[in-house]
Design a protein around this ligand. Structure first.
Ligand code: BEZ
Length: 259
């Protein structure tokens, strides 16, 4: 995920840990890209329940995990009491000591104020420090978003896109934001990753309940179920295969160096 209360999203850390482990399993590839070294200081931005923070620590780096959800931070600290976690806002955090690398998996699409986030990252990095991130890119979960809009319109919403909490930039847009703040972008890619959702028939409903709270403020439980059923019906042909649901993820990966 892993970021957090800046949007209209409430986080359920148990549902996240139990049913959405794929979020950090996919993030493990990004760790190869980070390549943490012993004694480096590394920030895990949007650490969620801490699984990737712990992997960074296993490499011998000194790591701090931050997240803006207190539920997530509490769970992370419970999972890994030996590690350092802090409640902080990605748009506006300060570290007591600068870091060699900022790592962020599946977080930055929750924060439309990308310039503020990049500025905080910039201030926290040493010169020549690296920023390694993966998050939802342009076109991410496009079928799910479209189906949600259709279902919400059917129950009377005029303009459901107003409720969309996500920021899914293109490579060009995000790289130029980084360059404007003095980063050198050394790598970026945008790619599809059809992602298997846990729990068989309940997979898409679980995903929607976990991540789509911003669309459901003020709706009754019955209306939410109606919307979820409608979305499932619209997407069955496209995202349901052999008893499993998939999400049409599209990720952006970035590596940038602070100059
Ligand atoms: C994502 O990881 O791409 C994502 C997760 C939840 C909502 C939207 C996107």
């Amino acid at each position: 995920m892993n970021q957090t209360s800046t949007s209209n999203q409430d986080w359920n850390s148990s549902l996240y840990q139990e049913k959405h482990a794929f979020v950090w399993h996919y993030g493990e590839n990004l760790l190869l890209f980070l390549n943490p070294q012993p004694n480096e200081r590394i920030l895990d931005l949007g650490c969620g329940t801490g699984q990737l923070t712990a992997k960074i620590a296993e490499a011998g780096a000194e790591v701090i995990g931050i997240d803006s959800s207190d539920e997530m931070i509490e769970q992370a600290q419970q999972n890994y009491p030996q590690l350092q976690f802090k409640l902080a806002d990605a748009k506006n955090f300060q570290l007591s000591q600068s870091v060699d690398a900022v790592f962020s998996n599946a977080t930055l699409h929750w924060i439309p104020e990308a310039d503020a986030v990049i500025s905080s990252i910039n201030k926290s990095l040493k010169i020549d420090g690296r920023f390694i991130a993966e998050f939802g890119g342009k076109g991410n979960v496009e079928s799910i978003v479209k189906a949600l809009y259709v279902a919400l319109e059917k129950i009377g919403f005029d303009n459901p896109s107003k409720l969309n909490p996500w920021y899914f930039p293109s490579i060009g847009e995000y790289a130029s934001k980084l360059e404007k703040q003095g980063f050198e972008v050394t790598y970026s890619q945008l790619f599809y990753r059809l992602s298997l959702l846990q729990d068989k028939d309940a997979g898409l409903a679980n995903w929607i309940k976990m991540f789509c709270g911003a669309f459901f403020k003020g709706l009754s439980e019955e209306e939410i179920i109606q919307v979820i059923n409608d979305v499932e019906k619209q997407l069955k042909l496209k995202l349901y295969q052999e008893g499993n649901w998939f999400a049409d993820y599209r990720r952006i990966q970035v590596k940038a160096i602070k100059k």
